[in-house]
Design a protein around this ligand. Structure first.
Ligand code: SF4
Length: 356
């Protein structure tokens, strides 16, 4: 028998998703079984062709063509710092070529038991070189394939048993720098016959790749969340913190965001890593407000800097955080502080790619 598309290893199979099963109908008798197996696989984590009422020979055939395997889980680390609250955890996976990628469970946002957000990586390393980010210091090794992105969700849910209802692309890498694979992964993750994540439950966080924002808009995922890692409202300051600003200046990012189709009740999150002595003045707050003009409803997530292994400076004190929060509100912005979940295990924002 010719090699089936489904006999490819799990990552490829997951990327192709439902279409792979549909394509296989010509190879394996039993129309309808493909869709059933697909749904079961992404909803329960198991293929179990024997549960589909097939003959023994068909069961064996499905079992042979649907071979799968997952990235190897090397370790998980859970936070034990009482001040961070319960639940932040980080998983380290080894991919087929030996590259390592990290996925983080963040118990934030809903305040309801058992609900959390899974923070996904889109690249091994990152080419963006943000000065405050541990991942950025290591550079880019390679893009993740769509299947390797989907596999993080699959393993977190079915391998680790983590409970989460939302996804955010805020792990290692810049998702809009690997947009083809991220979009392919989003197709699988939102497929109603599989994982069925609602678009509202997914957020793509970008440093501001304006062309990528426009491509996402063109795809028409109007209910998908989008957030921008801003960190400075002035090009000169931002270039030093985020080199991507040279190729995508704030004006271009702002224009792309203005054109982004927003659903009713959409709130654009502007993430702002507070670096004491660098981006914490009255003028800095005013520049954030100027950037937000015309972008609809905006929420500034103020993130106290998490010093990594090569720190850019120190973490801000609580007083400094409160002071800048007050400055943001004084210039008319809706803003809140996002706590340093996972700082103790190097799983907090800007710390991925390192060891605890
Ligand atoms: S903050 Fe994000 S985009 Fe910037 S270097 Fe780190 S991983 Fe890359």
């Amino acid at each position: 028998m010719a090699p089936s598309i489904l006999s490819l290893p799990y990552p490829r199979f997951a990327a192709l998703g439902r279409q792979a099963f549909l394509d296989a109908r010509g190879e394996v008798k039993g129309s309808g079984v493909a869709s059933e197996l697909y749904s079961r696989f992404f909803r329960t984590g198991q293929l179990r062709p024997e549960a589909s009422g097939l003959s023994a020979s068909s069961t064996a055939l499905w079992g042979s063509v649907c071979t799968t395997h997952s990235p190897l889980l090397l370790e998980t680390v859970e936070t034990d710092a009482p001040q961070e609250g319960p639940g932040a955890a980080k998983a380290l996976f080894r991919l087929d070529d030996g590259c390592r990628v990290e996925t983080v469970l963040v118990p934030m946002g809903t305040g309801e038991s058992g609900r959390g957000t899974l923070c996904l990586s889109s690249q091994v390393g990152c080419a963006m070189g943000c000065a405050f980010c541990e991942t950025g210091q290591a550079g880019l090794t390679r893009n993740l394939e769509a299947a390797e992105i989907v596999a993080q969700v699959f393993e977190a849910r079915f391998g680790l048993g983590w409970e989460f209802t939302s996804l955010v692309f805020m792990g290692m890498g810049e998702p809009l720098d690997n947009l083809d694979q991220v979009m392919a992964a989003l197709e699988v993750l939102t497929d109603p016959r599989g994982f069925a994540f609602a678009q509202e439950r997914i957020t793509v966080c970008t440093v501001g790749v304006a062309s990528g924002i426009r491509r996402l808009a063109d795809r028409g995922w109007k209910r998908m969340g989008l957030s921008l890692s801003l960190n400075a409202g002035r090009n000169e300051l931002r270039e030093g913190l985020m080199p991507v600003t040279r190729s995508h200046p704030l004006e271009a990012v702002q224009a792309a965001l203005r054109d982004y189709p927003q659903r009713k009740n959409f709130v654009l999150a502007l993430n702002y890593c507070l670096l004491p002595g660098i981006n914490d003045t009255v003028a800095d707050a005013q520049e954030v407000a100027a950037f937000a003009t015309g972008l609809g409803r905006v929420l500034v997530n103020l993130i106290p800097y998490n010093p990594g292994t090569r720190p850019l400076g120190r973490a801000p004190s609580e007083v400094e955080v409160d002071t800048f929060l007050g400055l943001l509100k004084a210039v008319g912005l809706d803003a809140k502080v996002r706590g340093p979940k996972g700082r103790s295990i190097m799983a907090a924002c800007g710390q991925l790619g390192t060891r605890p």
